[in-house]
Design a protein around this ligand. Structure first.
Ligand code: PMP
Length: 340
């Protein structure tokens, strides 16, 4: 691979990893794109760089300027790293229902973090809208606007999609992933379907999100929640998601997700966050529906370290009605993973 020149060049070109038990249980190749290996630790490093680079190119972001964003955390972490690497200041708005670890990381990276009450998107005090207003009311500040800034999906069209195509040598049959902004599913699926129109795209949704209903009924109506997942699920179709060709959608419950992340941890040594658990559950379910011999690619979005106080805290999980004990025993590779 040679050397990589600094932080920016270390973004992307992540490995594609075969998930052992999931592949053996289904007779399919279940492959995970190792986005947790990006230098800021998540899939959002790619989008953060593409959006900042776009603002540099179009002249809205000037040397020494300030970047503001509303984020569940990972985009903010990517942005904060890039701001340090390129000499910008960084202001981050986050809803107060996210893991405290992400706030701490952002503060360590030097971002000014504004944790605000969690309110729906339609509320003017929503974290995304507050970030937008901050940029309007301050000179020299650029709002990244990851939900509706399509440089986000372009990152995945220009980097993640081509990488998956090359790494599978064109054998990928299905791309399945959960959606936050929609940048990942939109960019990757567009690129893959341009290579081979029969590649199927599956949107995986957590509970308490409107996207499953949107794909299946055409109306963005929220499903019953809540979900402890972070960074995924949405109440609306963003500009990034709009126009994406989705073949089908699946809902994955938090209990199945918890079972999966602990199983990956205890049986295979992986330490992943909740959205990755949703993704691997979904990929397994898709593989079971299609039958053996298919190649299913999903995203390993981030690592588990940011969720120690929640997803990896059994007391906290129990307070949410979720239980690890159900998955403590070693499961046979052929045991079905029941999805709601
Ligand atoms: N997983 C995690 C942990 C995330 O932070 C995000 C981004 N919010 C996603 C998945 C979803 O990615 P996208 O925004 O590209 O839909």
């Amino acid at each position: 691979m040679g050397t990589r020149n600094g932080f920016i060049e270390t973004i992307g070109n992540t490995p594609l990893i075969r998930l052992k038990a999931a592949s053996e249980a289904t007779g399919c190749e279940i492959l995970g794109k190792a986005e947790f290996m990006n230098p800021g630790g998540s899939v959002k490093d790619r989008a953060a760089w593409w959006m900042i680079r776009e603002a540099e190119k179009n002249g809205t972001l000037q040397p020494g300027g300030t970047v503001v964003e509303g984020t569940a955390g990972n985009t903010g972490i990517g942005i904060a790293h890039i701001c340090n690497a390129r000499g910008y200041s960084c202001v981050i708005y986050m809803p107060d229902n996210q893991s405290p670890e992400k706030v701490e990381i952002l503060e360590t990276l030097g971002a000014e973090v504004r944790v605000v009450p969690t309110v729906p998107y339609k509320d003017e005090m929503n974290y995304q809208k507050q970030a937008g207003r901050y940029a309007q009311s301050h000179e020299g500040v650029v709002w990244v606007n990851q939900f509706d800034n399509t440089a986000n999906r372009l990152a995945h069209y220009e980097s993640t999609g081509p990488e998956i195509w090359e790494q599978t040598e064109g054998t990928v049959d299905v791309f399945a992933c959960a959606v936050g902004t929609g940048g990942t599913i939109a960019g990757v699926s567009k690129y893959l379907k341009q290579q081979r129109a029969d590649i199927q795209v599956v949107l995986l949704d957590c509970m308490g999100s409107a996207l499953y209903n949107f794909v299946t009924t055409g109306e963005a109506v929220m499903s019953e929640g809540p979900s402890i997942t972070e960074g995924i699920g949405n109440s609306r179709v963003t500009d990034n998601l709009a126009g994406t060709e989705v073949d089908w959608a699946l809902q994955v419950s938090d209990q199945d997700m918890v079972a999966m992340v602990y199983r990956l941890l205890r049986e295979e040594g992986w330490f992943f966050g909740a959205s990755t658990g949703i993704n691997v559950c979904g990929a397994v379910e898709v593989a079971k529906k299609l039958g053996p011999g298919h190649t299913v690619v999903t995203m390993l979005c981030d690592g588990g370290g940011k969720y120690q106080s929640r997803l990896f805290n059994e007391e906290w999980l129990a307070e949410q009605g979720l239980h690890v004990s159900q998955v403590r025993s070693r499961l046979e590779p052929v045991s079905p993973l029941t999805l709601s």
